[in-house]
Design a protein around this ligand. Sequence first.
Ligand SMILES: [Zn+2]
Ligand SMILES: [Zn+2]
Length: 477
Amino acid sequence: MYEEDKKIYINIYDKGQDKIVTKELEEMVKVLLAWSVPISFHMEALKAQSIIIRTNLVREMKVYGGYGCKENKEADISSAYFKEALPLENYKELWEGNYEGYLEKLGVAVEETEGSVILFNNKPIDARTHLVCGGSTENSEGVEGNVVQYLRKVLCAHCQGSPYFINHKDIPLQEVEKKLGVKLTRDDVLNAASIDDIIDDVVRDEDGRVIKIKIGGKEFKGKEVMDKLKISSTRFSWRPELIRFFTLGEGDGLGLCQYGSNTMACSGRTAEEILKYYYTGVEIKKIKNPSIHKPLKDRILVIDPGHGGEESDDYTGMQGLREKDVNLSIALYLKEELKNLGATVYLTRETDEMVHLNDRAIMANDIAPDFFISIHQNYFSHPSKSGTEIYYFRGDGRAKALGREIMIALNEDLKTLDKGIKQADFFLLRQVMVSSIHLETAYISNPVEEKMLMEEENRKKAAKAIAKGIVHFYRYL
Ligand SMILES: [Zn+2]
Ligand SMILES: [Zn+2]
């Protein structure tokens, strides 16, 4: 049963049958791998490609914070994504006598990279690939207009020997004219003009017969050309009908060059080295199984409900709601929530009591948790101001990243507005020696938000959203 639990599943929406099919993630990686690169590639190149495929799938998966399938909200991805990939049985013919061996090779590439994905800023990247780059890959803005930090141009001499390095396509002029909306040909064909460097110095008689002509710099009589080229008259003309376009490389040049990757693998580079070469600044990590029921096991958190006690300096809303009470209530729900997720949780106060800021800092520093989270409600002199603000101490990228996840979750679940994740120099942010955030859930001075905070259900919702943000923060760590 334990082995079963370790598997990760992806939900695929089959539009034709209008139903969701659940498949093992690693099986789908195999199917896509067989289709996307030649199986004759070096093992490390196959491993690199497996990690790329898995990254792109995980990026869509809802359990990992992906957006899921546009056509069916319950699913992760549409079956159209796998449309061109054939079931593995179909390779019996394609791989002829080698089927068993290649299938095993495929299995090794996927199993040895099981769970590995490419992350940038702790999120799965959009892992682009192309067959052959032709000398260098592209900057994202050169292809799609927007700057993606990990899709930077890198030189690639690795794909030069590939079968697709130089290519050409012959396109009829008419087609070029039509597709580009330009005019290239002349209608009066019997008065054809010279073509630079090819045909010059044409002399015709009054009937249009060619007397003399220079082709490729050499002079000919009209009759000579007629005989040598076996055309039926000296009253001839010409017009180019095709343009041959030469191309270096194959594909848009974004991300990893697949033939380059194979050459690097053949010269001893590992899958990880290859991926880090083509994707700038990324990390390769194994994802955690989302079905584990205790995603925050071994995490220690200190939750700090702001203010408290008789002499409290907290804010009061227009309808009489006290900030200290809301803070405590959310903190208590959050404690339950986090404990259920496996975390060890401490509160700086569990009742309506006064605890000095200094004592809160001492407590936090004694425990040395993974995070210290202060919970407050905001206040402004004008009642119209609303939304969530989150503060962190300057330079603490880890706290900022947690803040971002909590912000997203609160905006989604409590429907608050994102009013920013900002730096601040508050006493506790400064004095607590571990990563800390100060959360202003909503504005108690805004009558609508005050009313929202009065509802027990919404405090629970806020607590659940904060917990969800924490789980999301840890999902790849
Ligand atoms: Zn290349
Ligand atoms: Zn406060």
